[in-house]
Design a protein around this ligand. Structure first.
Ligand SMILES: C[S@@+](CC[C@H](N)C(=O)[O-])C[C@H]1O[C@@H](n2cnc3c(N)ncnc32)[C@H](O)[C@@H]1O
Length: 228
């Protein structure tokens, strides 16, 4: 059973469609004929909202074999812990997209409710349990992969080899990959970023793109990877 005041692994968060649009610089008109995979999607409402709008989207996460009730409790507990910890370091963040902590909390609660309504109906259909380092899809199955808040921010816990394996796997199944954010704290980019771009430059093109979203200070960039 998870400790109620301490999170031991990546947190199970619920970012919204609006946040995804800004973090990944998405233009919905460009996505009409594309199929999209949200990798390590957690309780994000991106897949639910996008499929309701008629887009072709699937999501994978390590925890999608779990029952909705179990995940809902985890998500609520993680949000509570997150709000408590952010309240002690509010000055590390930019209060622009969210005006204050309460607005952040309400935004995330709405996103997680939308996710759980959809997850209950479409588990194993749109929501597929998988480890990112071995995706259950054929080569070139997707036009676009999005990966929010897993790679580069847990580099104290997820190794360089894990990052390489995951990004190679994403390049295998998709033509384009967008990863956000690239900074952990104090505006410092993960040391893996440059090494990974150098290592994979023969198979893909890399571009760091400035985006119109910054919550973590310095977190206004995403990595766009295009398969050669
Ligand atoms: C911080 S959450 C991000 C969720 C969502 N993308 C968002 O931005 O709100 C990180 C997610 O990564 C998932 N995760 C951690 N390790 C994973 C792995 N090896 N393969 C697939 N998912 C993983 C966790 O279960 C968690 O849901």
């Amino acid at each position: 059973m998870e400790n109620k005041s301490k999170i031991t692994g990546p947190i199970f968060t619920a970012r919204s469609l609006d946040e995804y649009i800004k973090m990944f610089d998405l233009d919905l008109d460009d996505l009409k004929n594309k199929n999209i995979l949200d990798c390590a999607a957690g309780a994000s409402s991106f897949t639910a909202n996008m499929t309701q709008k008629g887009f072709d989207v699937k999501a994978v996460d390590l925890l999608y074999d779990k029952e909705p009730q179990f995940l809902k409790k985890k998500c609520e507990n993680h949000l509570k812990i997150l709000i408590e910890s952010l309240s002690k370091i509010e000055n590390h963040f930019k209060w622009d997209f969210f005006k204050n902590l309460n607005e952040l909390k309400e935004h995330r609660i709405q996103a997680q409710n939308e996710f759980f309504d959809d997850y209950k109906k479409f588990r194993n259909i749109k929501y597929i349990k998988s480890n990112l380092n071995s995706l259950p899809f054929n080569d070139n199955s997707f036009s676009l992969i999005l990966c929010s808040h897993l790679l580069f921010i847990y580099d104290h816990r997820l190794s360089y080899n894990f990052h390489i394996n995951v990004i190679e796997e994403m390049i295998r199944v998709s033509n384009e990959i967008r990863i956000y954010p690239l900074v952990k704290h104090k505006k410092k980019k993960s040391e893996f970023l440059i090494q990974i771009m150098d290592y994979l430059r023969k198979v893909a093109d890399f571009e760091i793109v400035e985006v119109n979203y910054e919550f973590r200070k310095g977190g206004n960039e995403m990595l766009k990877i295009t398969k050669q």
